[in-house]
Design a protein around this ligand. Sequence first.
Ligand code: B12
Ligand code: SF4
Length: 486
Amino acid sequence: MAAVARDAGHEVRLIDLQAETHRDLHRMIRSWQPDAVCFSGNYLANIPEIIDLAKAIKAALPQCFVLVGGHSASFVAADLLRHADGAVNCVLRGEGEASIAALLETVARGGDLLRVPGVVTRDGEGPPPCFAQSLDTLRPARDLLRHRRKYFIGVLDPCASIEFARGCPWDCAFCSAWTFYGRSYRARNPEQVVAELATIREPGVFIVDDVAFVHAEHGMQIGEAIERRGIRKRYYLETRGDVLLRNKDVFRFWRRLGLEYMFIGMEAIDAEGLKAFRKRITLDKNFEALEFARSLGITVAINLIADPDWDRERFETIRRWCLEIPEIVNISVNTPYPGTEIWLREQRRLTSLDYRLYDIQHAVLPTRLPLDEFYTELVRTQQVLNRKHLGWTALRGATGQACKLLLRGQTNFVRMLWKFDSVFDPRLQLGDHARMVRYAMSPPPAVTDERVDVKSIYVYGPTGRRGRRIDDATERFVDGTRMGAE
Ligand code: B12
Ligand code: SF4
């Protein structure tokens, strides 16, 4: 979005508040005095922080136009404007690249904001958001980032990110990736992807697609173009077990190209859990996928979803299971958040409407165990899993990697290894529930009917089959895995 604004003739600066501080932001605002400030509200948990910053900016620079966009902001636009109480001029829903130039132009000439697609103000909504015309002409303005060496994932330190495709054709009940894009799926031209990749200086590359290599041919074409140009990188990606099994050749080929890490959203280790999350894949397939990834020598991290209803025994079963497998296991907490289908359907009462707790690491549904015990069990499980990976064998491997990185002056990975206990602490988790809530999310509509219309939460209206750039065989495969393969 920054690149598009710059191409439209604006002077643009970027500040990443995960790599810099509020003080850095305020210093920049004071010295530069921008005409507009755009906040990226991808994560719900950051919304209170954005609102407070917007209020501070408006107080210091009343003429500055403040807007918020991004994934989560698109789902809670009206709420966000209400909390901001005039400090946010508008929310721009959907893809920023599509409308940012038109919006800034409208602001500059004092035109009607509500004519810009995707705009929401306190006075109402503009036309629905439109898609960026082509993903192939977009090129992120990486040069505007001021601390590129701070980005890393595991030992891929430093690491840049890149998109091969946007959207997801599946429809898991706990996820908002598909509701944002109206179940569309757009793939970028392989030559364009590789031309962009060639400009990345970082040795590590995170492919940020929701499900990498949905379409085998696309993955192959990108891989072949990488091979032709002799690009050598180390890659991390996220995918589904069934996609891995369907497109084995692609993943084998990518292993040769430098694929090192893979994240598979497994979500549950029992059939009942998979069904509840509408993760329509069988357990056998998931285990087979893990086996295949192991055989390629790829480091795999899997995700499991803990339900607040879990008791001690359930946590213990998970701990035992996780210790039996070599993979890295990440545990998230089942969280109905705006934009997901479970936000509409969940029958249980939400115990908090504090945005800051909606980071899938806190329980916002009633816990079966007392809350402090739930967090003790959760953190114990995470610690067991962490120690497994920092056990002697793993540590020996990690030490080698760590030394290499330190020699290159990269300290992110090493610092991460030692930070674990200060981040995962049951007392801190519990303490987060005791904070004063200044901005409370509006609750979901009452569940009165089983057939809740999930399309009502889409950011982009359903695009249908034509919105998915996949071949018919892949569409059938997706449908098969959506319709329950058990
Ligand atoms: C890659 C990714 C990550 C990576 C980020 C790596 C990186 N270098 O950025 C990692 C693994 C670190 C990560 C971590 C987490 N993630 Co994440 N992540 C994603 C993923 C798969 C893709 C994001 C992406 O880069 N997309 C590509 C870019 C181009 O798109 P984009 O960022 O959405 O930006 C576009 C629009 O949103 C909009 N836009 C963005 N900003 C702005 C600003 C303005 C002003 C405007 C107008 C428009 C605009 O325009 C952009 C261009 O079109 C999304 C799923 C998804 N499809 O969104 C989940 C997703 C965003 N993550 C999610 C979650 C839950 C998390 C974690 C909280 C998980 C956890 N507990 O650890 C953490 C939180 C991290 C944090 N910041 O604190 C959820 C968000 C849920 C929510 N409502 O808060 C998502 C939606 C996944 C899901 N299944 O539902 N994540
Ligand atoms: S396959 Fe992954 S990205 Fe797609 S809807 Fe399911 S969880 Fe979300």
